[in-house]
Design a protein around this ligand. Structure first.
Ligand code: SF4
Length: 326
């Protein structure tokens, strides 16, 4: 029986954007490459052997290596794993001919559904014209698609903002209201983790660490049923980004004996991680954090810098939360 309910494949962490709400802290600053055809074959074979029959594909930005993306689609096809949809921020939709060629190629490989991201966070990096042209060119190519989220496409179109360039926070505040970041995060129902922790730190209420310390493990770490497998074959459980376990260890249920820190966190909760990092490793926490995940991030970021824990992965994740545009 398959272990996984909802599974995505992350082709890369690198992206043309560095959105405020990005769970994976993706940005143009990432160095760690793209899923290779060999790894795509290996992962597809492993997922098939575990009974997985459909996945979605995301990133980072999967279209950053189109040949790599096609190799993944073909590998999944060889192992009879369907593709629910492929995510993109449409940055590549500026050249009609080349975009049409990509859509035609994906259709010929059996892909029939794409998801385009559209919201005020992406609008800081991707001109809205690219999203509009993505929609027009998908319709021309008879490629299925959905906009995540449609309401923001309308809101941005009605805002009067230029369609042909990205916009700064100040410009978006002027057009959408001073509170657009907090409002968008609330409307999205974000899993407030990764870079979204910065939104929480700006708008959330600090809670004393005593209130956050619980011995109860978090469901997303105990169940391991939903998540993503990345370009190195590492499984990223649910919203707990910055923690990863080798997919084959998860499938063979060997994660606990392989990853001591994961074992600690998934059996003794944040209280267990706190004792280890503070009492054991000398971490000095702040007096308060806006959420349990924000406190968990701080403990893990410290351990990731001051020890060798393969489950605190990828290491670049902890550096990319505070991405600064060059
Ligand atoms: S506190 Fe840590 S383990 Fe729990 S959900 Fe948040 S990130 Fe995951």
């Amino acid at each position: 029986m398959a272990h996984f309910h909802y599974l995505g494949i992350m082709t890369n962490y690198r992206c043309t954007a560095a959105c405020r709400h990005c769970l994976y802290c993706s940005s143009p600053a990432w160095q760690n490459g793209y899923l290779t055809p060999q790894k795509a074959e290996e992962i597809s074979s492993l997922l098939h052997s575990d009974g997985v029959r459909e996945v979605h594909i995301g990133g980072g930005e999967p279209f950053l290596d189109f040949e790599g993306l096609c190799a993944l689609v073909q590998a999944l096809g060889r192992h009879h794993i369907g593709i629910q949809y492929i995510e993109t921020n449409a940055y590549w939709c500026y050249d009609h001919h080349r975009a049409a060629e990509k859509l035609r190629r994906l259709k010929s490989l059996g892909v029939d559904y794409l998801m385009v991201s559209c919201d005020p966070f992406h609008a800081e990096f991707v001109p809205l014209r690219r999203v509009i042209q993505f929609i027009q060119w998908c319709q021309e190519a008879d490629m299925g698609f959905f906009v995540w989220k449609e309401q923001y496409l309308h809101r941005l179109l009605e805002s009067g903002l230029s369609l042909d360039r990205p916009h700064t926070r100040a410009q978006l505040e002027q057009a959408l209201g001073k509170d657009y970041i907090r409002q968008t995060a609330a409307e999205y129902g974000l899993g407030m983790n990764g870079r979204a922790l910065n939104i929480l730190e700006e708008y959330g209420t600090p809670q004393p660490i005593e209130n956050l310390l619980t011995p109860t493990p978090c469901p997303s770490l105990t169940k391991l049923q939903d998540g993503h497998v990345d370009l190195e074959g590492m499984f990223l459980p649910g919203n707990c980004t910055g923690i990863a376990l080798a997919m084959d260890k998860v499938i063979r249920e060997e994660a606990h004996e392989t990853y001591p820190l994961y074992h600690l966190l998934s059996t003794q909760g944040l209280a267990g991680l706190y004792d280890f990092a503070v009492v054991g490793q000398g971490f000095s926490p702040a007096a308060s954090y806006p959420s349990r995940c924000a406190f968990c991030f701080a403990l893990r970021a410290f351990l990731s810098k001051n020890g060798s824990y393969p489950e605190l992965y990828p290491a670049e994740f902890y550096d990319n939360r505070f991405y600064k545009r060059s």
